[in-house]
Ligand binder design. Structure first.
Ligand code: PLP
Length: 350
């Protein structure tokens, strides 16, 4: 199966599984697991923060990040389409009594700082206390510019807000910018990183931050059930991912670019600004959207077909796989009479 729905579908490689099988483990709730400790040290070193904490999921890492930054009755400012507002089941509100203040992001994935400034609540008992600014990097595959991050960081200092980056795919951003992670993470107080997306580990995220912050986060992690025992088995996969699967993200980015060019040449509407890091968004009619998914599945290609369709490249997708995707897509458009003229004769490849 060629699965383009998400980079969460990546499977652990044989080498990763071997490293998991051979991991030295202990009870991490007692602080006895050397592999978890080593992974957390990796996370701290790579992010340039004093400490890091290993979580079973990115959702839990983001939840604990919010619980640690904000008390009951406080507020975080966040993108309207950000994962830690929209896709985490309202956890901050339900479990933390933390009020989200969602804002529409600009097309480049940044939150305009004038709008953030306007959303900060006055110091008055009518309002929740605004405590935290959350950015997402990458956001829908888009890399937040370093100059913006620097401005947001200065802004957060000026307004006495903490700044959290949901960096589920922050290594995609670092690789796209060709900079070390610290060039990005220097502009935040805390950072979450997913090991289980394009990096290919089966499970796991890291929350990176200051010593005292991470000490408090550990209590919240315990409270929400994230204290794990011989989790070195999982941490070993994360360590493998950080060592072997970061620089190769470049291949995924190149593949997304290539796929965008090929589908564009078939007349598929590629949404602006085109492929970003490992993601590509296309637009199609509801009629085609309903037919494309089953057609692709019939050829062992899994895409989440809709009027807006996200296509995600990752370490289990090769250029050869994408050649097949383009071929089958072309046949689909031809079959449905959508492929005519130049696109029919001009762009042809095996
Ligand atoms: C995937 C993702 C998360 C965390 O997701 P989990 O599936 O819980 O690991 C958080 N933020 C963003 C932006 C994500 O894409």
């Amino acid at each position: 199966m060629i699965d383009l729905r998400s980079d969460t579908v990546t499977l652990p490689s044989d080498a990763m599984r071997r490293q998991m099988a051979e991991a030295e483990v202990g009870d991490d709730v007692y602080g006895d697991d050397p592999t978890v400790a080593a992974l957390e040290a990796d996370g701290a070193r790579l992010s340039g923060k004093a400490a890091a904490l290993f979580f079973p999921s990115g959702t839990q890492a983001n939840l604990v990040a919010l619980l640690t930054h904000c008390q009951r009755g406080e507020e975080y400012i966040v993108g309207q389409h950000a994962h830690n507002y929209r896709f985490e089941a309202g956890g901050a509100a339900v479990l933390g009594s933390i009020q989200p203040q969602p804002l529409e992001a600009d097309a480049d994935g940044t939150l305009p700082l004038d709008k953030v400034a306007a959303a900060i609540k006055p110091d008055d008992f009518h309002f929740a206390r605004t405590r935290l600014l959350c950015l997402e990097n990458t956001h829908n595959g888009k890399v937040l510019p370093l100059a913006y991050l620097q401005q947001a960081w200065q802004f957060s200092r000026d307004h006495k807000l903490s700044l959290h980056i949901d960096g589920a795919r922050v290594f995609n951003a670092a690789v796209a910018l060709n900079v070390p992670l610290t060039d990005i993470s220097q502009y935040c107080d805390t950072l979450t990183i997913c090991l289980s997306k394009g990096l290919g580990a089966p499970v796991g995220s890291l929350l990176c931050g200051g010593e005292d912050y991470i000490r408090q986060a550990k209590r919240w992690r315990k409270m929400v059930g994230g204290g794990m025992r011989q989790s070195g088995i999982l941490a070993a996969a994360g360590r493998y991912a950080l060592e072997h699967n970061v620089q190769r993200l470049r291949e995924d980015h190149d593949n997304a670019q290539w796929l965008g060019q090929q589908l564009g040449a078939l007349g598929v509407e590629i949404m602006a600004p085109g492929a970003q890091t490992n993601m590509l968004f296309i637009r199609q009619s509801p009629e085609l959207a309903a037919k494309l998914g089953p057609w692709m599945l019939g050829h062992d290609i899994n895409i989440a077909s809709g009027t807006v369709t996200r296509l995600v490249t990752h370490l289990n997708i090769s250029r050869q796989d994408l050649e097949k995707v383009v071929r089958i897509w072309r046949e689909f458009l031809h079959h449905h009479g959508e492929l005519t003229g130049a696109a029919l004769t001009g762009v042809y490849f095996q």
